[in-house]
Design a protein around this ligand. Structure first.
Ligand code: FES
Ligand code: MG
Length: 575
């Protein structure tokens, strides 16, 4: 190992020179009451804290920062807290997704512009994890990822409630009058009852697990409940480790490789991960210069089964997963499908990290040969309706609809859908396929989670609980149903989805991974020639920058200018 010495620290450029600038830098840190010996010639570790009062899932971060600082100080580093934009999935509109790239840029530029030698990046609520990791990759300083941890199980009259998943279920019942106002209030008080992220296998839990399987967090970190004292200890240990990683010069490019991404995809399939994961995995990989063709996901999903019995694909919640042994135990079960020699932030391999991990609750983490479902969580479909791919989570969809042909019923945008979906005389049947346009990266903008469209009230009353729905949007990782998402290219840039008309027949074939518009090619070309893009509602500001530079779902929806080699942007000049 190539150990760094005190003279190699990046922060020395700010603090350890005998010049006027360095004098200024030192005197200003001393303004806060520090002695020079506390920070000059010490690894300066930035704690990227994605906290704010409206990201309710990170409400424990101000406390956890103290634990991380304890660890950094104990290991001889200097801890500095750098808050970054917090992406609260629930309250940010039109979608926290629109701001993931902004967070990535902010993390990268914070680390670059300040005297920082290494980083602890804190994330959890959905897009914060890929956001902080993408930024950390591009800057490429030694970095460790601290996952927020999930909240405790929800509780309603002794029944367990899962974030999102059980809300959709009870909301459908409420829409048709089966749940009273007071019951509904009780559910509202019981479903989110502690700090932490959604505790179903939604996007947050998925991405935290992926961060760990990429090797970026300490072993087992992602499964610890947010309020468990083990979480404080994990924070302390992560801070300590960040200091050591600076001396070892262990950077994201040393940790993550193509093998790590294969592991992340395998884990994603085995845990029944959120459909959103594919976009973020692709985006993170591209920041490292690794291209992941959509076909790679199908290849891995065919061989790695769903072994984790968590909602929305199964029965249990993150708290149960932790008691069952957590991610290291799950990775041991699917060990034959992993590349165990992949490096991690511990400086040891993934295989070393999970050695000896055991499953304590076999009804939660199943063995590879008797899985919850024979194939993995997410399938990528292609065909004339989605030349660059679309995705579905077959394990959360009615198997009857895995192979289906039906007439499209089209909504031009989300406002159109909201206005008409509950019309008593909407001409749809359980065999119809609902199509929503203009909810993609450019169309949304920011690809909001509109893809789990409501079942028309008329059909709900007839007892229909699932039907095929197709859009260029995403859906929440806690959602379920036969929703085909991320259609690329999207409608707003003139993808074939833009020209689908009500009554067109659409053919879905999940086993063969196909999605086709059964309209003849000449007619498709005629309609495409007539197509006009929707009116641009965002000529100014961040949304206009976003729309001008965002890539399609198959390329991870990152900015087209963000993919330089990690660490290749020049260091700032200090004069
Ligand atoms: Fe924050 Fe689900 S809303 S993790
Ligand atoms: Mg979500």
């Amino acid at each position: 190992m190539n150990r760094k010495g005190v003279d190699d620290l990046r922060s020395n450029r700010w603090f350890k020179q005998d010049d006027l600038r360095s004098f200024g830098h030192r005197s200003r840190v001393k303004q806060m009451g520090y002695w020079g010996e506390e920070f000059v010639g010490k690894p300066v570790i930035a704690i990227i804290n994605t906290w704010n009062d409206l990201n309710t899932c990170h409400s424990h971060f101000p406390e956890r920062v103290k634990d991380i600082k304890r660890g950094i100080t104990a290991a001889g580093g200097f801890a500095v807290e750098l808050p970054a934009m917090s992406l609260g999935e629930q309250l940010m509109k039109p979608s926290a997704m629109m701001y993931r790239n902004m967070l990535a840029m902010e993390v990268e530029e914070l680390l670059r512009s300040y005297p920082v030698d290494g980083a602890v990046v804190m994330g959890g609520c959905d897009k914060t994890t890929p956001g902080v990791l993408m930024g950390a990759i591009s800057m490429n300083l030694p970095t460790i990822y601290v996952p927020a941890g999930a909240m405790l199980r929800g509780n309603y009259r002794g029944q367990v409630l899962g974030s999102g998943t059980d809300v959709w279920k009870y909301w459908d019942e409420r829409r048709i009058g089966n749940v009273s106002q007071s019951d509904w209030n009780e559910i509202e008080n019981g479903i989110a009852r502690s700090p932490g992220t959604c505790m179903t296998m939604g996007t947050a839990a998925t991405l935290m697990s992926i961060g760990e399987s990429l090797g970026m967090s300490l072993p087992g970190a992602s499964s610890i409940p947010a309020v468990d004292a083990n979480h404080n200890r994990m924070c302390y240990a992560s801070g300590k480790r960040a200091v050591e990683m600076v001396w070892e010069d262990l950077k994201p490019t040393d940790v993550m490789s193509e093998a790590s991404f294969d592991n992340a995809i395998a884990v994603d399939m085995a845990i029944g991960g959120s459909t959103n994961a594919i976009i973020h995995i692709v985006a993170m990989a591209r920041r490292l210069g690794i291209t992941l063709p959509m076909e790679r996901f199908n290849e891995i999903s065919r061989r790695v089964p769903l072994v984790l019995n968590l909602k929305p694909s199964g029965e249990y919640l993150m708290e149960d997963f932790f008691y069952a042994g957590g991610l290291p135990a799950l990775m041991t079960n699917i060990g034959s499908e992993l590349k165990l020699s992949a490096m991690t932030v511990t400086g040891r391999t993934l295989g070393d990290n999970i050695e000896g991990a055991k499953v304590w609750r076999p009804e939660v983490i199943l063995p590879l040969d008797t899985p919850v479902n024979a194939s993995g969580g997410t399938a990528v479909l292609t065909g004339s309706l989605a030349p660059k791919g679309a995705i579905i989570k077959p394990t959360a969809a009615d198997p009857r609809l895995h192979v289906h042909q039906g007439p499209a019923y089209v909504f031009e945008n989300i406002a159109d859908l909201k206005a008409r979906i509950d019309d008593e005389d909407l001409p749809v049947t359980a065999d119809s396929i609902i199509v929503l346009k203009n909810g993609g990266p450019v169309g949304g903008p920011g690809m909001p989670e509109w893809g789990m469209m409501p079942i028309p009230a008329k059909l709900l009353k007839q007892g229909v609980r699932d039907m095929l729905r197709i859009s260029d949007s995403r859906m929440s990782g806690t959602s379920y149903g036969s929703c085909i998402l991320h259609v690329a290219p999207e409608a707003a840039v003139g993808g074939p989805l833009a020209i689908v008309q009500t009554g067109d027949i659409i053919a879905v074939d999940v086993p063969n991974r196909r999605l086709d518009l059964m309209v003849d090619e000449e007619e498709i070309q005629r309609r495409l020639a007539d197509w006009q893009p929707p009116r641009d509602r965002h000529p100014h500001g961040y949304a206009s920058l976003y729309k001008a530079h965002v890539t399609q779902a198959d390329e991870g929806c990152d900015f087209d200018f963000a993919n330089g080699a990690p660490g290749s942007t020049p260091e700032p000049d200090i004069y």
